[in-house]
Design a protein around this ligand. Sequence first.
Ligand code: IPM
Ligand code: MG
Length: 372
Amino acid sequence: MKLKIAVLPGDGIGPEVTDQGLKVLKAIGQKYGHQFDLKSALVGACAIDSGGDPLPEETLELCKNSDAILFGAIGDPKYENSPDAKTRPEEGILRLRKELGLYANIRPLKVYQPLIHKSPIKEKVIKNTDFVIYRELSGGIYYGDKTESQGGDSATDSCPYTAAEVDRIAHLAFKAAISRRKKLTLVDKANVLATSRLWRSRVKELAKSYPEVTVDYLYVDNAAMKILLNPRQFDVILTDNMFGDILSDESSVISGSIGLLASTSLGDDSVLFEPIHGSFPDMKGKDQANPLATILSVALLLDHFKLHEEADAVRNAAEKSIELNITTPDINATKKFARTTVVGDFISEYIIDKKSVLYKVENISLGQSTII
Ligand code: IPM
Ligand code: MG
């Protein structure tokens, strides 16, 4: 298969984790005979620094002309505490989602058995947790009209949604539920918000077309509690843009590190894959950021193009790295942690030639800069 992939490493740890994702993609290309045509472009703070715009026209064009986008992370503290900043790095990803019509953000969460003790939550609570969040991504409060009074003493954010916007992601979530454990939970705040009542009435209506799916409805405050108290009860969680953002970070606590969670953002004509973590500026350049969320995003990319065997090869190699403790400090707080590049090297080598990399691992101390 030939695929054109736009690579947008972004800021902070984005470039270093994206590099590992690309290593893995190249390993898959080499092993299975696929051609991935990779082109990089700027987005976020680095794009503002270079030309003043967090989403330059050429970046958007490249994305529109690619089969898929691999995204790193954006954000830089130098823009954070400056309320006067004309433009913020985050605008890069927000505009990109809107321009490409990426309306569904799909964030799967599972527990890796060897990491189960890394979670601050008890093993018996999180064991066998396996759910997926369908987060609406191109509407709601993120994109509604905003006002900020001149004197800075008042501000508003509006949260518009249409039935059509709810329906298109709800259909995807119902279909996902059918292929999984057939349960869908709508998370909203229908006791307070008009938009949530719209979500509820649309989901109730659509549920009639999916009789095999059991649907339940939870207020977001209650859901936030239940996700940590009894995460196994969830299969597919459907929710709006803001609630999905919050609940997905919260859920990452279950898996032990936000550095493990990958995502797909889907539109009618475009698809983007990204780790759910941010740019983590304090970790930038240290070669210690966890590349697994990006590498697992590469697996989602392969799945999207029906390269399931290849996607499984990536997941198996990633799981092997976890099993062998070839992991970064967020999940390996020992002196023998592996560096970002070492994890990427191990996973790509494992894909190409399991035996030889396992032999090397047995013979080389992992604290060194590279095992290859
Ligand atoms: C995410 C991030 C973004 C969001 C930020 C960087 C704008 O937190 O993808 O979850 O809020 O959507
Ligand atoms: Mg977020």
